[in-house]
Design a protein around this ligand. Structure first.
Ligand SMILES: [Fe+2]
Length: 317
């Protein structure tokens, strides 16, 4: 039976390559082919990757068995791409923080971004300012308040805010049968840009790690925990949409987050409030338990300022 594969029409290069009789010839031959890449940027990347990859294989003296195991690993990861396994593996190797540090994506006066994560959902509940995104009876109370502002400190009214968090067992509503929105809500800023809502203190939780990424973590003796965080998205006409996460100072998983994604500016202090009257006035069902206060102002950038702003919308951890 004829194969459907066709010759791509490219002539052989104007040179012959020596047969490979030692490792260095393998490297030199490959580099010579890579140097034919017409596009300068691609040529740089391909030749550099070849040099580093070959140097890595020589330095570690990769064996045939290890190479075959690596291919099997990559194939397993590829089959789990719908849940972002390749991104998780890259995260384990610190690629995102390195890229961000190299590209200096943080902007003064703008709240920094963080991954959307796999648990965002449009299936949410509308809440008014001051109301709760969490059902009563779970976890430790938290009150979240702040303002959404532009870079000059002017309020951004009517910004749509999505907030979602893991509950007191470290799970999102989407992980339960039925998937009723809970610990998840959508609200809008008032004319002064203010927002506030009741929630619970989210718990740290393990990222999915039953595939190749999980095997890698075990081999590295590394945990698979994300520090506790509150996910938030801010969307207002005329401004760059901001996807971010807020973390809590003192969290033992903070600096070794499986995603290595925590940014200092997104770490907030939770203030313990034991004022029963204040807790009652805010609407907490059991005010005698007090609550944690999270205060955070959010700064958005006007869309017209946004030229080639880097940042990521989705990853899987
Ligand atoms: Fe999360």
């Amino acid at each position: 039976m004829l194969s459907g594969v066709q010759y791509n029409g490219i002539d052989p290069p104007p040179f012959e390559l020596p047969f490979v009789n030692n490792p260095d010839v393998a490297t030199e031959n490959t580099l010579k082919l890579m140097e034919q890449t017409p596009d300068a940027r691609k040529r740089l990347i391909f030749t550099s990757l070849t040099r580093h990859l070959h140097a890595f294989m020589k330095e570690t003296k990769i064996t045939m068995d290890e190479w075959e195991a690596s291919l099997a690993f990559l194939n397993r990861a590829g089959k789990l791409s719908d849940r972002g396994e390749p991104e998780i593996i890259m995260a384990l190797f610190g690629v995102h923080p390195l890229l961000e540090a190299m590209n200096n994506t943080s902007q003064p006066n703008i709240t920094e971004s963080a991954p959307l994560g796999p648990f965002f959902s449009e299936h949410t509940q509308e809440v008014s300012n001051g109301n709760s995104i969490a059902s009563e009876g779970k976890g430790e109370y938290m009150y979240v308040e702040g303002r959404v502002l532009d870079t000059e400190g002017n309020p951004v009214a009517n910004a749509v805010i999505d907030a979602w968090e893991a509950d007191d067992t470290g799970h999102y509503d989407l992980q339960y049968a039925g998937q009723t929105p809970d610990c998840r809500g959508r609200l809008r800023t008032d004319p002064e840009g203010k927002f506030s809502f009741r929630a619970i203190v989210p718990l740290a939780y393990p990222a999915t790690a039953d595939g190749p990424a999980g095997d890698l973590l075990l081999a590295m003796n590394r945990h698979n925990m994300r520090p506790a965080h509150l996910h938030m998205v801010f969307d207002a006409p005329g401004y760059d949409k901001l996807t971010t996460q807020l973390y809590f100072r003192g969290d033992k998983w903070l600096s070794t987050d499986i995603a290595l994604g925590v940014k200092e500016s997104l770490v907030v202090d939770l203030e313990q409030v034991d004022d029963i009257e204040r807790a009652r006035a805010l609407g907490f069902g059991r005010p005698e338990r007090g609550f944690k206060l999270l205060k955070k102002d959010i700064f958005l950038r006007k869309s017209s300022d946004a030229e080639g702003r880097p940042g990521y919308e989705t990853t899987s951890v």
